[in-house]
Design a protein around this ligand. Structure first.
Ligand SMILES: Cc1cc2nc3c(=O)[nH]c(=O)nc-3n(C[C@H](O)[C@H](O)[C@H](O)COP(=O)(O)O)c2cc1C
Length: 157
């Protein structure tokens, strides 16, 4: 069996983008950073992400049943850190806009999707969440924020 640290090191060789998953709940705004986001199906439009059982934020998003995905751009490292730090005040100190469904997205996001949770599969220590994308927009043409080798960075110029 693969040793966990080595498994993570191998996966770190695979470069991903970073998204924020945010939602409006009856108790206020909530959200967290994900790199396990991926497209799944074009027709119907489906996306997926994996949420750790240890996350204290994910159960609130799951209970809401819907969320916005915002794709982070270069220069948004701090926003990513805030949205991955347990207990951080996540929505202070940044400009936010609302999606059609009313979820908050950073004003400078590269693009966003409004999603409705369709199916959740239990998968080891994570939940594999499949959601339908119901609305969305491309909002900026800048470069992406990328996650590689455990580092949050921009693409080399
Ligand atoms: C670049 C990056 C990618 C992340 N991707 C995921 C992910 O795909 N799934 C996940 O459950 N947590 C992921 N996290 C960690 C969560 O964002 C973090 O554990 C969570 O926000 C902690 O706060 P919470 O306990 O309030 O949920 C990622 C963190 C970073 C910095």
């Amino acid at each position: 069996m693969l040793e966990q640290r080595y498994f993570r090191d191998i996966l770190g060789q695979f470069t991903t983008g970073v998204v924020l998953v945010t939602t409006q709940t009856p108790r206020g705004l909530t959200g967290m950073a994900f790199n396990s986001f991926t497209s799944v199906s074009l027709n119907p439009p489906l996306v997926a992400l994996c949420a750790a059982h240890t996350s204290s934020t994910w159960p609130h998003i799951r209970a809401a049943g819907e969320f916005a995905v915002s794709i982070l751009g270069e220069g948004q490292e701090e926003l990513c850190k805030t949205f991955s730090t347990h207990g951080a005040e996540r929505f202070a100190g940044h400009a936010w806009e609302r999606t059609h469904a009313g979820h908050p997205v950073p004003a400078d996001t590269l693009g966003w999707l409004d999603c409705r949770i369709e199916t959740i599969y239990q998968a080891g220590d994570h939940e594999l969440v499949v959601a339908e994308a119901v609305e969305g927009a491309v909002t900026d043409s800048g470069g992406p924020l990328v996650f590689h080798g455990g580092r949050i960075t921009a693409l080399p110029a």
